[in-house]
Each structure stands twice: as C-alpha cells, then as structure tokens.
Design a protein around this ligand. Structure first.
Ligand code: GDP
Length: 303
C-alpha cells in the first residue's frame, strides 16, 4: 500500500496498518515541509514520527518524539543561554545527529532516511517527498513565520492570513516517490492535515498528474466542523476551505475518488464516493479496525 503522510493522524493509522499488513508491502510518502535545522542537526518531524511508529518507539501521548525520552541536553542548552525552537529529547536527538552526519557525508535525505530505517530494523519504505528544502511559512498579522515558530513558540495562536511553501517550485519529487506512486493502482491519503502535511506533497511537480490516473482514497482528519487535533481548521479556513470533510474533499478535488469519513459526520459531498466508518483512533485496536477497513477498500474498490 502506498500512503501519503504527515506526522500525527496518518502515523496513528500506520500503527494499526503494520499489525495487519506485512511491513514490506507498505510505502509511506512523507511530508518534509516542516523540517528544520536545530542546533546544527536536521529535524524532520513527520519522518521521525513515521520512523518511531514503525520502530514501536513513538510517544503515543504526544505523537512526536520517543516514549519516555529525557530532555537533559535541551535543558542544559537552555541553562547555557541557547534556547532551541523545538523540544528535542535526548534519544530523539541521536536520530537527528545521525541523519545530519549522513547528510554532511553527502547522502540525500532519501538515502539518510533509508539508513535510519535500516538501523531501526523497519521493513516498510519511508520516502521523504523530496530531497530539496521546502519550508512551510505562515503569514500572520505579526509577520510571516516558519510553521514550527507559529505552532510551538506562538502556540498556534496568531490569526493566519495565508500559508505558503518556500522552495516548492524548485523542489522535485524524488524518483523513489514517483516510482512508488506509479507502482500501484490505488493510492491512500491518510488522515493528515490537508494544508500543511499533504498539500506540500501535492505541490511537487508531477504528483497530481499521476494521482489523476489512480484510484485515490483519502481519510478525513475532520469530524463535523473540527479536526481531531492540531491547527488544520485554522489553516483550511485561511486557504478558503470550509472546515469539514466536504472542505477536505475540495482540497483533493482534482483527483479524489473516495473519502472515508467518521460515522458521526453528517457531511454531504457531491461528486465523490463517501464511505463511513469509525475513524477516531483512540487505541491501537481502533487504528487496526480503520486500517482493516482501508485495506478492504484498496483490495476491492468499487469503480
Ligand atoms: P502533523 O504533521 O502533526 O500536523 O500531523 P498530520 O497532518 O499527519 O495529522 C494531523 C491531523 O490528524 C489533524 O488534522 C487531526 O484532525 C488528524 N487526526 C489526529 N488523530 C486522528 C484520528 O484518530 N482520526 C482521524 N480521522 N484523524 C485524526
């Protein structure tokens, strides 16, 4: 199964999927537009969460970082007067150090991610969307800021005027991403933020034309008029979309065939097939149930 991912909703689904599908049959195309260098190391929040999910290390309370990690280095740096823009755990930092060493040795982000995948003994393919730098920038009344500054330093509070992806026009999807997208008839978009997690992947040249030739199934991250977590509502509104599953369908209108929405969602969406199931992954069992449902749709799509 080929699945497009950000760093919370889709990894929750992957936690269930890896228990019901052989891991080597899964390829995850991951957003990199939230990546950022912190204290000389490249932090890739979405790739890291996907790695830790497959490695059974993810902190499932926060959906970032390593479970039971310590923060000594982060705190000592702060005491020394160096305030990092993101909380980085000590074990988590080891991943960033190794990745950055590999990149300084000349490896691409794709190759360095594959080295990490192998070190964590993961069999699924984890494919960064691009090897080129892309940065999500949020325009607010206080000025434009990196998404991480908006979300962490400003706690997601400023009004959002616009969102743009710095570097997206020059960035190329990797050959590994293009091969993965070409390799199957059905592509799944997980329940991720359509603006900050999925639209950077869609913004890479050539991705939408491939999706238009495929059967595309997306899972809505919105129930009623609210996301389950995170800033998707605010960001969708800023981009002119209704905050609803219908709004999610609109984000994907160029290629979407099926939208999976929660049973409790009374959305009405013209022109696409809407299927209902329980989409709230409050436990690994619920993630497995949703994963089973999606596998069923992929294996026997109504066309
Ligand atoms: P980010 O990179 O941390 O923003 O993570 P994603 O984009 O992958 O996921 C964020 C989205 O996941 C939010 O819009 C949430 O509404 C959605 N989400 C989180 N938990 C669940 C869940 O259990 N079910 C569904 N359907 N969506 C979820």
């Amino acid at each position: 199964m080929i699945i497009l991912s950000g760093g919370t909703g889709t990894p929750k689904l992957l936690g269930g999927l890896k228990k019901i599908v052989p891991e080597e049959n899964i390829a995850v195309i991951v957003n990199t537009a939230e990546d950022r260098w912190v204290s000389s190391n490249l932090v890739c929040p979405d790739i890291d969460t996907v790695l830790y999910t497959f490695a059974d290390l993810i902190d499932e309370r926060k959906w970032w970082g390593v479970r039971d990690d310590t923060f000594y280095t982060h705190e000592i740096l702060k005491a020394l007067g160096h305030h990092e823009p993101m909380m980085l755990g000590d074990q988590d930092r080891a991943t960033h150090i190794l990745r950055s060493e590999l990149i300084r040795d000349g490896l691409t982000l794709t190759r360095s991610t594959d080295e990490l995948r192998s070190s964590f003994m993961i069999k699924a393919k984890i494919l960064p969307m691009t090897n080129d730098p892309v940065a999500t920038m949020v325009d607010t009344p206080n000025g434009e800021m990196h998404f991480q500054d908006f979300w962490i330093a400003h706690k997601g509070e400023p009004k959002v005027l616009d969102v743009r992806f710095d570097g997206i026009d020059a960035a190329k999807p990797t050959p590994e991403v293009m091969n993965a997208l070409s390799s199957e008839d059905t592509i799944v978009i997980g329940p991720s933020n359509p603006i900050t997690s999925i639209s950077p992947i869609l913004g890479l040249k050539g991705v939408i034309p491939i999706l238009q030739k495929k059967h595309v199934i997306a899972v809505s991250p919105i129930i009623g008029n609210k996301p389950i977590s995170g800033p998707a509502g605010k960001l969708m509104r800023a981009k002119g979309y209704e905050v609803s599953s219908a709004g999610v369908a609109q984000c994907y209108e160029d290629f979407l065939d099926v939208l999976v929405v929660d049973r409790g969602d009374n959305c009405v969406i013209p022109n696409i097939e809407v299927v209902k199931t329980n989409t709230i992954m409050s436990s690994v069992e619920r993630s497995m149930e949703l994963a089973r449902f999606i596998v069923g749709l992929v294996q026997s799509p109504k066309r």
